[in-house]
Every structure is written in structure tokens, then in C-alpha cells.
Design a protein around this ligand. Structure first.
Ligand code: ADP
Ligand code: MG
Length: 727
């Protein structure tokens, strides 16, 4: 027998040594690395004339419109800085609806009439770009003849340098819109939703007399989970390479049941890779803070310090990109898919979210004074009301073919959106709902604007990992987001639904106070009604249980189990009303996203199913048949020798049975794949879920069964026990 890709991979891994020491932190201090590749405030200050710098900072910090003269000065300073750092090109980086980032590079070179050249970069080039955009998903919001798309500089997310082996590139974060002004990207609606929230939050703050506050930002700290496995395995795994997940693979004898991986010692090569990755991210100004082993074997987590949502979103995209690239340097591959391996934990992204003033006050931080508490309670209840009113919208932001393997399975939050508060806050909420606050769990009397809240334990929320949306002391943590997602979508929805709640509350309070009512009294009168309506979404128990599924149904909470169930929610009338009211999406933009989400689901499942058929026919079936022939030979030769061989005959029968079933399942999958569904993209997505997905599951079960009976030396595909444990 010749060797196969799988055996080659293992041999190569066993004999390869990696150069691990690439950075010496004794000579390169992390504090000196931070932000060196960013054209940030410090650099701008040094290179721009003072008035220009001030004007730019005003745009960055308060969102004022940028003066065109300033753009020219910034472009020139940015170019000089970039060229000094070895840049030859610049790019407008945007975030099309694929969820990835896109870029086209232009050089700074500009030929002169005398046959020489200058390096040039004008304000116009900085501010606006025009990539050929016809091939990005638009969901029918434009036809090819009007395919022009524009990128527009986002001065609130600083430009940075991406180092390359042969010359570096100046990267300018941008929005991406069609020539008719429709958002074709993930950044535009995010900025709009932040604006909407700021406007409404400011109304509340005004009632509380915060004259110093000019703007409210939403803040996000996304905890990123991922897998790292040896790159050699990828070559024998066309499924991982092309779809990001394993479509076949028997459960390994050892999985995560010993719980020896979570927070365990980080393997040396992985640690080296993490440190390198972090150094790279430091240079790019991404404040990465925490690293650790996750629950599943070969699974890890990276968490940054929170930033404003726009920056946090850009930085998370950057982090995923740097993680992928750095892994390669260490002979590893970084898997960001939500479920690369069946049967062990998948990967998510915990979206820690709060609201903060431009003066640095976290609005979800319970205060020490009665006044602060009253304000905290308002913002806090606004979030509860928002989640209770629009759970379907939050659900749809975490929907994808990949995340369908996670949500509702027993290691990730269920598909039912609910909020975890913890005992103490629950007690406060119950009393608020009942009317005047009297006593708290810690005793004493409580009344809004008169007494302080009990000291809330910071980690109260974190202990319940089964809740998709938990209050964790001074922020909410949305845990249903998939690991490969752009966090833009979830935050657009969070910002907008909370803006709507704040609007509702501000309108009520403004009216009451204008009529002469005391603010605290007005708040005290307002909250019980809201809590009565919203409390159905609060659940402090175990979200993984069957009881919760039933209880949620009794409460009338939506349980949108799959992506296909969730997608239509974005074009429901109340969703359209909400997004258009706060000018976050137009109806046309929502319709286009409805189409894009559907198409994306169809494409993912189609690619996976085709890949399964290919692997079934060209890798698994041949291995099965070879083994079958070996066993058959053994049976006949033994029989010829005159020896009784009942057990061997049974084994042959079993094997033949599984192979026959496997062939039948392959044919069945091919058949449903060949059938083209009638109707629009959504109808197509529904057909994929109902006909193709079940056949994929059947085929996989039989393929995995074969893996457990075919001779190991004949099995061609790297196995779970190898990919997850050979480090
Ligand atoms: P926990 O122990 O509750 O998970 P951590 O302190 O470990 O909290 O923080 C987890 C993530 O939450 C980090 O990325 C952190 O920066 C982020 N975070 C903390 N405070 C806020 C906030 N006010 N807004 C948004 N994210 C926050
Ligand atoms: Mg956490």
C-alpha cells in the first residue's frame, strides 16, 4: 500500500521544526509597539498644522462634517507618513455584504511630463474612491449597468499600514455605497445606528442635566473564539479548505469530556503564534488583552479591551485577518468557522456592549449615588425593553448556515433570545415593576432618586453561560454571535432597538417634566409599565434545558431555530418601520439584505453538499471498497483453507451494508441537489434547508460509521483524533 495524504501529513508534522522565536520582547517593548502603524491622533498632531488638526479631531470625536481643505492637508501628511514607513500603495478598505473586507490597491505614483514621477495623494483621493463594484452582493439593489460603487473615507477609524514582504500598503477604512446612495456595506448602517442611539441617549442625559456631554458612543469588546490546527492537515481535508468545516469525521475517542483543555497550558507553538499575532495587532493599535485555551481541544480565545463600536468592528475584522495570516507563519491554520468539528464545542464571539458618553461615563454602570442609579436604571430598562420588543431582529443578526450548527445545540445559547439578570437585579426589577422600590435583597429601603442600588456583583451575570444575552455588571453580553461574523450586524440592531426604547422613554419623560412632574417621580411612574410588558424576555434559569423551550413557548417568545426561520424577520413591517424611522436602513436596503442572506445560505449549503458528494465518491467510497475487497479476500482464503469463519463473514456483511447505504445516501444527496427549486432566493433557501440539509446529515452519519470500521492505513482523510490533538 502506498501512503496517502493523511499519512504524509502526519509524517511531515512529526519531522518539521518551526522557528518560534521571532520577537524579543526584552528589546521590543509592547508599549512601544502599540499603534506604530496607525495614523492616529499623536501622528496627526505632529504632522498637521494646528487648525487642521483641531478640525480633524472635531470630525473624529464629534462627527462634524470635514472641511475639504482639511482633507487635502490630511492626505498629504498621511502620504508622507506612509511613504516613510515603506508604503508604495494605498487602499480604501471596505466591508461589503459578504461579511469580509475588500480592497483594491493604487500606487502613489504619478508620472510627470518630463518622464519622471512623483508620489502624490490628494484630499479627493483620500475622501472618495470608485472601485469596480459590480461583483459584490447587492441583493438586487442595483443592476450591473448601474454598478458604480463609491467608497468614502471614515475619518473616525484611523488609517493604518499593512506591512508586506515587498512594500507596505496604507489602508484607509471606508464606507461603501452605490451611486444612488444605498449602503452596500456593513459600516454605513453601523455609523448610522450609532448616530441614532446618540441622539436619543442625549435626550435622556439632558433631562439629567449633563450639559458637558456632546455625544454618546456605544462600546464593544468582542471575545473571539477560534481553532488552530496544523496546516498539513488542511491539504488532506478539501472540506476544511473549501468550506471552513469538516463535513465528515467520526467522533474521537477523546473529545472535550475530560475538561482538561479549558484554561489549560497553552501549547508552545500556539503560544508563540498568539504572541506574534498580538504584537502585530498592537502595532495596528488593536488593544488585545486576553488569551486562553477554550473548552474544545485546539480551541482558543482572544479578547481585546473594548472600544467604540465602529473601531471595535474594524479592529475585529483586522484581528481575524491577522490571526489567519500569522497562523500560516507557524505552520498552523486558524479556523474561524462556527463549527469546524462536529461533536465538540463550536466557536462564537461574545459581543460585550454598553453605552458611553464622550466624557467617558459608562451609562450601564450602576452608580454610587441615588441620582446616578436613577439614570442607570433608565438606560438599563431601555435595553430590556428593546430586547423584549425586537428579539427576532437580534436573532436574525446571528443567523447563518454556519451558526445553525451552534445555536440551539447544547454548547451554545439557544435560538430563543432571552436576558439573564441575576438574582439581585431581578429583585430590583420585580420591585420596580410593583411600584415604589421598598427593600432590596440586601435589606434597606429603596426609591428611585432617593436611595442607592445594592452593590451589584460584577460577575453575577457571567456565571450563567447558557443565556444568549446577559448583564455582566456594567455591560450586556450578546453571546449568540458566530465566530466568523462581522460584529456590525448585531451592533446595528442593538443600537437601533435601544435608540427606539430611549426615544420612547425620553418622549414620555420630557412630557411629564414639562408638565411640572419631578423627574424621579416621572421615572418611577414610567418603569412599572415597561417592565410588565418586557419581563417575559427575562430568564435566569438554564437556557439549555427542554423546560426552557416549553416555558419560552408559553411566554410567547419566538424560537427561530434555523437561519431560514430568521431571515424573513428583517422585512417584517415593524422592522422596516423601525429602521426607516431611525434612518439606519431604507426599505430597499432591507429588501436587498433579505435577498443576500437567502442567497448566501443557498450558496453555503450548495458548496458544502457538492463537496460532500465529491469526497464521498472520490475519497471515502474508494477506501471502503478497498477494505471490502481485503476482507472479502480474507474470507475466501480462509474458507478455501477449510476454516470456519462466521465472524469474518459477519464483518464483511456489516461493511458491505454500510457501503451500500453510503452509496445510496450519496445518490440521494446528488438527486436533491440537482433539483432546482422554484421561486425567489428565500424559497430556494427554504428548499435547501428542508431537502438538502437532512440528506447531508444522513450521508455524514454513514461516512463516519465507515471511518470506524475501515482499516486505518486505508483511511485517506485526517481524523478528528489527529487534527485536534497533534500539536
Ligand atoms: P467578563 O469577566 O464579564 O467576561 P471582562 O472584563 O473579561 O468581563 O471583559 C470581557 C470583554 O468585555 C472585554 O473585551 C472587555 O473589554 C469588554 N468590556 C468591558 N467593559 C465594557 C464596556 N463598558 N463596553 C463594552 N465592552 C466592555
Ligand atoms: Mg465574558
Amino acid at each position: 500500500m502506498g501512503s496517502n495524504v493523511r499519512q504524509e501529513a502526519i509524517k511531515t508534522i512529526a519531522t518539521t521544526t518551526h522557528k518560534l522565536n521571532r520577537i524579543d520582547f526584552r528589546t521590543t517593548h509592547i508599549k512601544d509597539l502599540f499603534g506604530i502603524n496607525v495614523f492616529g491622533e499623536e501622528e496627526q498632531k505632529q504632522r498637521l498644522p494646528k487648525p487642521m488638526f483641531k478640525s480633524l479631531q472635531k470630525t473624529v470625536k464629534l462627527g462634524t462634517t470635514l472641511d475639504p481643505n482639511v482633507a487635502d492637508a490630511v492626505a498629504s501628511a498621511m502620504k508622507d507618513w506612509a511613504i516613510e514607513h515603506g508604503c508604495t500603495h494605498y487602499t480604501h478598505l471596505f466591508q461589503p455584504l459578504t461579511g469580509l473586507t475588500a480592497e483594491k490597491h493604487d500606487s502613489f505614483l504619478n508620472p510627470t511630463p518630463n518622464g519622471r514621477a512623483l508620489a502624490e495623494f490628494s484630499g479627493k483621493e483620500l475622501v472618495k474612491g470608485e472601485p469596480d463594484a459590480s461583483s459584490f452582493p447587492s441583493g438586487g439593489s442595483r443592476s450591473t449597468f448601474e454598478a458604480r460603487g463609491y467608497t468614502g473615507w471614515d475619518p473616525t477609524s484611523p488609517a493604518y499600514i499593512r506591512e508586506g514582504a515587498n512594500g507596505s500598503t496604507l489602508v484607509i477604512p471606508t464606507i461603501f455605497v452605490s451611486w444612488t446612495g444605498e449602503a452596500l456595506d456593513k459600516k454605513t448602517p453601523l455609523l448610522k445606528s450609532m448616530e441614532a442611539l446618540s441622539t436619543q441617549a442625549m435626550r435622556i442625559l439632558k433631562l439629567y442635566g449633563h450639559a458637558d456631554v456632546k455625544k454618546v458612543f456605544t462600546t464593544v469588546g468582542p471575545e473571539q473564539e477560534y481553532f488552530l490546527i496544523d496546516k498539513n492537515f488542511l491539504y488532506g481535508r478539501p472540506d476544511l479548505l473549501n468550506t471552513g468545516r469538516t463535513l465528515f469525521g467520526a467522533k474521537p475517542p477523546k473529545g472535550q469530556e475530560l475538561e482538561d483543555q479549558y484554561f489549560g497550558t497553552i501549547p508552545e507553538r500556539v503560544l508563540a503564534c498568539m504572541a506574534d499575532c498580538e504584537a502585530e495587532l498592537f502595532k495596528l493599535g488593536v488593544p488585545v488583552k486576553t488569551r486562553h485555551n477554550e473548552v474544545a481541544p485546539s480551541q482558543y480565545e482572544l479578547a481585546p479591551i473594548f472600544e467604540d463600536s465602529n473601531l471595535a468592528t474594524d479592529h475585529n475584522q483586522l484581528a481575524m485577518d491577522v490571526m489567519r495570516r500569522t497562523a500560516e507563519v507557524y505552520g498552523l491554520v486558524c479556523l474561524l468557522h462556527e463549527k469546524p468539528f462536529a461533536g465538540i464545542n463550536g466557536s462564537g464571539k461574545h459581543n460585550n456592549w454598553s453605552m458611553s458618553t464622550d466624557t467617558g461615563e459608562n451609562l450601564l454602570n450602576p452608580g454610587d449615588t441615588p441620582h446616578d442609579n436613577a439614570q442607570f436604571l433608565l438606560f438599563f430598562v431601555a435595553v430590556i425593553r428593546a430586547v423584549a420588543k425586537y428579539p427576532e431582529l437580534l436573532r436574525v443578526t446571528v443567523a447563518s448556515a454556519g451558526n445553525d450548527h451552534r445555536l440551539g445545540a447544547n454548547e451554545a445559547p439557544p435560538a430563543i433570545i432571552s436576558i439573564f439578570l441575576g438574582d439581585q437585579l431581578q429583585d430590583v426589577m420585580d420591585q420596580l415593576e410593583a411600584g415604589a422600590l421598598k427593600s432590596t435583597k440586601q435589606g434597606g429601603q429603596m426609591e428611585i432618586g432617593v436611595t442607592v442600588l445594592p452593590k451589584l456583583p460584577r460577575d453575577a451575570g457571567d456565571r450563567n453561560r447558557t443565556s444568549p444575552f446577559a448583564f455582566t455588571g456594567n455591560k450586556f453580553e450578546f453571546r449568540a454571535v458566530g465566530s466568523s461574523f462581522s460584529i456590525s450586524g448585531p451592533n446595528v440592531v442593538l443600537n437601533t432597538i435601544v435608540a427606539e426604547s430611549l426615544d420612547f422613554m425620553a418622549t414620555n419623560l420630557e412630557k411629564a417634566t414639562a408638565a411640572g412632574k419631578d423627574l424621579h417621580k416621572a421615572v418611577q411612574d414610567l418603569l412599572p409599565g415597561i417592565l410588565k410588558e418586557s419581563k417575559k424576555v427575562v430568564y435566569n434559569g438554564d437556557g439549555y434545558t427542554e423546560e426552557w423551550q416549553q416555558e419560552a413557548e408559553r411566554r410567547g417568545l419566538p424560537n427561530l431555530k434555523t437561519t431560514v426561520d430568521a431571515i424573513p424577520m428583517i422585512i417584517r413591517k415593524d422592522s422596516i418601520d423601525l429602521f426607516t424611522k431611525y434612518k439606519v436602513f431604507t426599505e430597499k436596503e432591507l429588501q436587498s439584505r433579505y435577498v443576500i442572506f437567502s442567497e448566501s445560505y443557498v450558496k453555503t449549503i450548495t458548496i458544502e453538499a457538492n463537496m460532500m458528494v465529491m469526497m464521498a465518491k472520490t475519497m471515502i467510497l474508494p477506501a471502503g471498497l478497498r477494505y471490502q475487497s481485503e476482507v472479502a479476500t480474507a474470507v475466501t482464503t480462509t474458507k478455501a483453507a477449510g476454516v470456519e469463519n462466521g465472524a469474518q463473514l459477519e464483518a464483511l456483511k456489516e461493511l458491505t451494508g454500510v457501503i451500500t447505504g453510503f452509496q445510496g445516501a450519496t445518490a440521494a444527496l446528488e438527486k436533491v441537489l440537482a433539483h432546482h427549486a422554484e421561486g425567489d432566493a428565500f424559497a430556494h433557501a427554504k428548499a435547501m434547508r428542508d431537502t438538502v440539509v437532512p440528506k447531508m446529515v444522513e450521508l455524514r452519519t454513514l461516512g463516519d460509521k465507515l471511518e470506524t470500521i475501515v482499516a486505518d492505513d486505508l483511511w485517506p482523510i485526517p481524523t478528528y483524533r489527529e487534527m485536534l490533538f497533534i500539536k
